[in-house]
Design a protein. Structure first.
Length: 423
């Protein structure tokens, strides 16, 4: 029995999230800005038609905002993450086998659904997601994950398919593959794309028919799997188990330069708190942490970059354990006279709670009141909102925070920012 995959891809996801709560933005050119309101990282179709490429600095199109009624917004990560979680939860109602590939993409296994009209089933998935979340999606169905990706691209580009395309047993599969440039094949990066074009392998059909030994030699086993997948031979299974991270990084650039030790410690503490929260969320403990600080390399001013590594005597997920290390390291790293642009922390030497080593002389984090305290703090923050219980080390005013002057409300995650429905 052949495998059957569906790829669900949210269309212009960040923009679509904003449009759910601001219907007036529909059919208007909309862009979402990167950290500190820098470059445009997500664009609506209307903005793309104005030939404004992704990565364009927001200030460079100020003269176009009024002319074309362009709307720019700061990245609303809390909103996007919550809307993504809602979309993914709904997908489990259509199949138990779901691989969450990214914040706006998921692979589904439709094995055992052969008795259904799969195109109609894809339309049902699309209609349900639109009705329940307001997020438009494209659905691609194929015998391999790579072909499902291609089918999704066709569904998105060709409005005639109304958002759903089934490439499974398609009578014109060769014509379809011949129309797909190799640079648009999942897993073929820019370097391989240029190499293939030099050898006159320019589209998906030509790659599928290329000698396998040649592909393996030039593109390794990964490229060979892509080649086989284009032939309809499934080589990539769903990855439904999310492996715990071996390193956890938390960092941001500052909204304005930081020059004092106190503010630098506040920022490092804030990122440390978030990193340890992530550590606990994957049921892990760790014994190592790295802190790094840096000035702005793009400014014509004195430059300074440095880092420090510290270790706990026993693995922990108790936030104060890490905060004490971070603040000492920042104090040692800090130098007067510099304008700091960024600070970050990276937790390493991570192990699962089940495999945490014990120490004969020191109590384990898992067996004393530290874990009880952290579980209580996490429960309160989960129920009442992020940072309802936090640490004074992270500060309160946070003047260094990332600039987000065009931030929309967190419509789904903050009680005081819930949308109001009027009669």
């Amino acid at each position: 029995m052949k495998d059957i995959f569906a790829l669900i891809d949210c269309n212009n996801f960040y923009v679509s999230c904003e449009r759910v709560f601001q219907p007036s933005l529909r059919y208007k050119p909309v862009g979402i800005l990167s950290n500190n309101d820098g470059c445009i990282v997500a664009l609506s179709d209307e903005l793309k038609k104005l030939n404004i490429p992704r990565g364009t600095p927001g200030f460079k199109i100020r003269h176009l905002l009024k002319k074309y009624d362009i709307k720019l917004f700061s990245s609303n990560y809390a909103l996007y993450a919550d809307m993504s979680a809602r979309v993914m939860k709904i997908l489990y109602q259509f199949t138990p086998d779901v691989e969450i590939y990214s914040i706006d993409e998921a692979f589904l296994s439709l094995n055992g659904f052969e008795h259904l009209n799969l195109t109609d089933y894809g339309k049902k998935i699309r209609k349900t997601l639109k009705q329940w979340t307001g997020i438009p999606v494209s659905v691609g169905i194929g015998p391999t994950k790579t072909l499902a990706k291609i089918a999704n691209r066709i569904a998105k580009k060709n409005k005639g398919y109304k958002g759903v395309f089934n490439i499974l047993n398609h009578p014109k599969i060769d014509d379809i593959l011949a129309s797909i440039d190799v640079k648009h094949i999942w897993g073929v990066g820019p370097r391989y794309s240029k190499m293939l074009h030099r050898h006159r392998i320019c589209n998906a059909l030509e790659l599928a028919n290329a000698p396998q030994n040649w592909v393996k030699k030039r593109m390794t086993i990964v490229g060979l799997k892509t080649c086989k997948e284009l032939k309809g031979i499934s080589c990539l299974d769903l990855e439904m188990d999310i492996s715990p991270k071996k390193e956890i990084v938390s960092s941001r650039s500052f909204g304005k330069p930081v020059t004092t030790l106190n503010e630098l410690q506040e920022a490092a503490s804030s990122y440390c708190i978030r990193a340890v929260e992530k550590l606990r969320s994957q049921h892990s403990v760790a014994s190592g942490i790295m802190v790094y600080i840096a000035t702005n390399p793009f400014k014509d001013e004195p430059q300074y970059v440095n880092f420090a590594n510290s270790r706990l005597s026993t693995p922990s997920a108790f936030t104060p354990d890490f905060l004490s290390l971070v603040n000492k390291d920042v104090e040692n790293l800090f130098r007067e006279g510099y304008k700091y642009k960024k600070v970050g922390v990276m937790i390493n030497d991570i192990v699962s709670e089940e495999n945490a080593p014990l120490d004969f002389f020191e109590p384990s984090y898992l067996d004393d009141e530290r874990k009880t305290i952290m579980d209580c703090v996490d429960d309160i923050n989960k129920k009442m909102g992020n940072n309802k219980v936090t640490y004074t080390k992270a500060g309160t005013k946070k003047r260094w925070k990332m600039k987000r002057e065009k931030l929309t409300p967190q419509y789904t995650t903050k009680w005081n920012e819930l949308p109001i429905v009027e009669d």
